[in-house]
Design a protein around this ligand. Structure first.
Ligand SMILES: NC(=O)c1ccc[n+]([C@@H]2O[C@H](COP(=O)([O-])OP(=O)(O)OC[C@H]3O[C@@H](n4cnc5c(N)ncnc54)[C@H](O)[C@@H]3O)[C@@H](O)[C@H]2O)c1
Length: 251
């Protein structure tokens, strides 16, 4: 018997990276877990996959209802699906702004809206949003992505306030650079992938990228009934990047 025994969870973007690690961890700790993703074809038992694009309200509602029917209810929602964008405020056109905000911010709104009636019926309801260090630190070449994650941070706090008296806790995690397929794609696109990886690792005081399993551990911590008094928080999982100021290593 573990803290997630008997609980039912839905993880968006759970077919890859942080979401996949989270879905697998929650299942290993006793939860029944459904994955909502654009492409859930690689999702294997004991997880169950549901195809939906979080920008499509009708598809999201259908996938959430199908998952909840199969799980027999819902206790935990992990709003993790997200996409990136690079550039300064001059570099992304309006269409790109609408797309990224639609996925990263309104995606959370849509899944949460569909899930809330079911979460209210749970004795251990928890929502965890995947935010980013980009919400709290100014990173170069990330204007649009940072704006979207700043919105996720504020939305997390507002949702936590709105639903605390309904017994629904809402928190977020703020990862630094995490070694996922997403970052792999970014590195592959860099002129010198090895140098880019070294630079990203050096930016974090731990000197390495964050593991997807480490973010999953933080999400599970916030989602667990053991964290029943924790709501409206942002948990940094960033190798010390937000909080620490180290002197450069002597040459
Ligand atoms: N990797 C990092 O360094 C990092 C750092 C901070 C925050 N994050 C956040 O973590 C989350 C997951 O990132 P990751 O690195 O695991 O990425 P990833 O690309 O490995 O996985 C993202 C998953 O989301 C799904 N997805 C994307 N758009 C979708 C949509 N419209 N509808 C449904 N599913 C969709 C993809 O199919 C994929 O399975 C994102 O919200 C991202 O912003 C990542």
């Amino acid at each position: 018997m573990t803290d997630f025994t008997g609980l039912r969870a839905l993880v968006t973007g759970g077919a890859s990276g942080i979401g996949r690690a989270t879905a697998e961890l929650l299942a290993a700790r006793g939860a029944q877990v459904a994955v909502l993703d654009l492409d859930p074809s690689g999702v294997a038992k004991p997880l169950t996959g549901y195809a939906a694009d979080v920008t499509d309200d009708t598809a999201v509602r259908a996938a959430v209802e199908a998952a909840v029917a199969d799980l027999g209810g819902l206790d935990v929602l992990v709003n993790n699906a997200g996409i990136g964008a690079q550039g300064t405020v001059e570099d992304n056109d309006d269409a790109q702004w609408h797309t990224v905000l639609d996925v990263n911010v309104l995606g959370i709104v849509r899944t949460t809206r569909a899930a809330l009636p079911h979460l209210r019926a749970s004795a251990h309801a928890a929502i965890v949003n995947t935010c980013s260090i980009a919400a709290t630190a100014g990173l170069p070449q990330r204007a649009l992505y940072s704006a979207s994650k700043g919105a996720v941070l504020s939305l997390t706090l507002a949702m936590a306030a709105d639903h605390v008296r309904e017994g629904v806790r809402v928190n977020c995690v703020n990862p630094g650079t995490v070694d996922t397929p997403w970052v792999g794609r970014l590195l592959d696109a860099a002129p010198d992938p090895a140098a880019e990886r070294a630079a990203l690792a050096a930016r974090q005081p731990t000197g390495r990228l964050v593991g997807a399993d480490e973010v999953a551990g933080a999400i599970a911590y916030l989602a667990s009934p053991l964290s029943g008094a924790t709501t409206g928080t942002a948990l940094a999982v960033d190798g010390g990047m937000q909080g620490l100021r180290l002197r450069p290593v002597a040459p």
